[in-house]
Design a protein around this ligand. Structure first.
Ligand SMILES: Nc1ncnc2c1ncn2[C@@H]1O[C@H](COP(=O)(O)OP(=O)(O)OP(=O)(O)O)[C@@H](O)[C@H]1O
Ligand SMILES: [Mg+2]
Length: 309
C-alpha cells in the first residue's frame, strides 16, 4: 500500500464549456485531515465526485487508497465513507435504525454491528436519543448522525463535503469537536471541504485552496499564512497622529496601516524586525503599551488568494 491516501495527477473535468477542474495535482498522505477551500463553483465537490468514481475525468488520473478511480471505483466506495450534499438518512427511521440499516448494507456481523453503532452514537453524543425518529431532529443532530453513518464500516478515509454548512455556530462547534475526537481516535484520513476558515484552521493539518478548478496554494495553516499573507505588527498605545500615520504609509516596507481605537495595525511587505518601527513611533511621541508581531489570519490569506490576478 502507498503512503498516500489520495494521489491526483493532472486531473481535468469539463462540463460542456465549463472547466470545473483544471489540471489538478495533489498528494494527500494517510492520517491527515485535509481541508479543501474555495469559493462557490471552484470545483471542490467535483473533485470529491471524481475521487469516488461518480464522475469520469476528462483527462488525468487519480488514485484513492491505491485504487484507480476509473477502473476500481467499487473498491474505493467500499473502503471510504462519504458525507455529500444528501445525508443519506431515512427521516422516518430512528437514529439507531438508520445506522442498523447501513450496517447491514455493509454486512457487519451482528455483534460488531451493535457495538459499532453504540460506539459511534456515544462518540457523537447521540446515544441517549437513539430511539428518536430522525425526521424530527435538528440539522446539527442529523449532520452528526450522517458523519457516524459515513464512518460505520471503519473506512480508513472519509470525504466530508461541507459538513457544518447550515448549522448554527453552537451546533457547528459541537460537530467539529465530535469530529475532531472521533477522527483522532480512529486514525482516519479526512478530505473535507468547507467555507469556514476557522473550521479549516481548527480541524485541518493541511489545506488546499482552489480557484476556478486550479490549485492556488497548499500547506499547513502556518505555512499558508507565511506564504500568502503579509506579516504584520500590532501596536497598542496612545498618540497616533494623522501626520505620523501618513509618514508610516510613505515607508516602502509598509503596505498598509489601520487604526482601531488605541490599536494600530501595520501590514508589512516582508518579514522584518519591529525595532526600527517602534523607534519611529517613540520618537514621534507615541506612548506604547504593547507590541505584537504576527502573520495574517487564514481568512486574510484566503481573500488575498481569491483577489490575486
Ligand atoms: N453535473 C454538472 N453539470 C454541469 N456543470 C457542473 C456539474 N457539476 C458541477 N458543474 C460545474 O462545475 C463547476 C464546479 O462545481 P462544484 O460543484 O465542484 O463547485 P464547489 O467548489 O463544490 O462549489 P460550492 O462551494 O458551491 O459547493 C461549477 O461551475 C459548476 O456549475
Ligand atoms: Mg460543493
Amino acid at each position: 500500500m502507498t503512503a498516500n491516501a489520495i494521489r491526483i495527477s493532472n486531473l481535468t473535468r469539463n462540463f460542456g464549456n465549463v472547466r470545473a477542474l483544471d489540471n489538478l495535482s495533489l498528494l494527500i498522505p494517510k492520517g491527515v485531515v485535509f481541508g479543501f477551500l474555495g469559493a462557490n463553483g471552484s470545483g471542490k465537490t467535483t473533485t470529491i465526485r471524481l475521487l469516488l468514481g461518480l464522475l469520469e475525468p476528462t483527462s488525468g488520473h487519480a488514485e484513492v487508497l491505491g485504487f484507480d478511480t476509473r477502473s476500481h471505483s467499487d473498491k474505493i466506495r467500499q473502503h471510504t465513507g462519504a458525507l455529500l450534499e444528501h445525508s443519506g438518512l431515512y427521516e422516518r427511521l430512528s437514529a439507531e435504525d438508520n445506522l442498523e440499516f447501513y450496517a447491514r448494507v455493509w454486512r457487519l456481523p451482528t455483534a460488531k454491528r451493535r457495538s459499532r453503532i453504540k460506539e459511534l452514537l456515544s462518540n457523537m453524543g447521540l446515544w441517549q436519543r437513539r430511539h428518536e425518529i430522525v425526521g424530527g431532529w435538528s440539522r446539527g443532530m442529523k449532520q452528526k448522525l450522517a458523519v457516524a453513518r459515513a464512518m460505520l464500516h471503519h473506512p480508513p478515509l472519509i470525504f466530508l463535503d461541507e459538513p457544518t454548512t447550515g448549522l448554527d455556530p453552537v451546533a457547528a462547534a459541537a460537530l467539529r469537536d465530535e469530529l475532531q475526537e472521533t477522527v483522532a481516535r480512529e486514525g482516519v484520513t479526512v478530505f473535507l471541504t468547507t467555507h469556514n476558515l476557522v473550521e479549516a484552521e481548527k480541524l485541518c493539518h493541511q489545506i488546499g485552496v482552489i480557484r476556478q478548478g486550479k490549485l492556488l496554494a497548499i500547506g499547513n495553516p502556518d505555512q499558508l499564512r507565511v506564504q500568502a499573507g503579509n506579516p504584520r505588527i500590532e501596536i497598542v498605545g496612545r498618540g497616533f497622529t494623522p501626520k505620523l500615520i501618513d509618514y508610516l504609509k510613505s515607508q516602502p516596507l509598509i503596505s498598509s496601516t489601520q487604526i482601531q481605537g488605541d490599536r494600530l495595525t501595520i501590514t508589512l511587505r516582508k518579514q522584518t524586525s519591529a525595532a526600527p518601527l517602534v523607534k519611529i513611533l517613540v520618537n514621534a511621541g507615541v506612548e506604547i503599551e504593547e507590541v505584537r508581531k504576527g502573520n495574517a489570519s487564514l481568512e486574510e490569506v484566503f481573500l488575498t488568494l481569491m483577489e490575486a490576478p
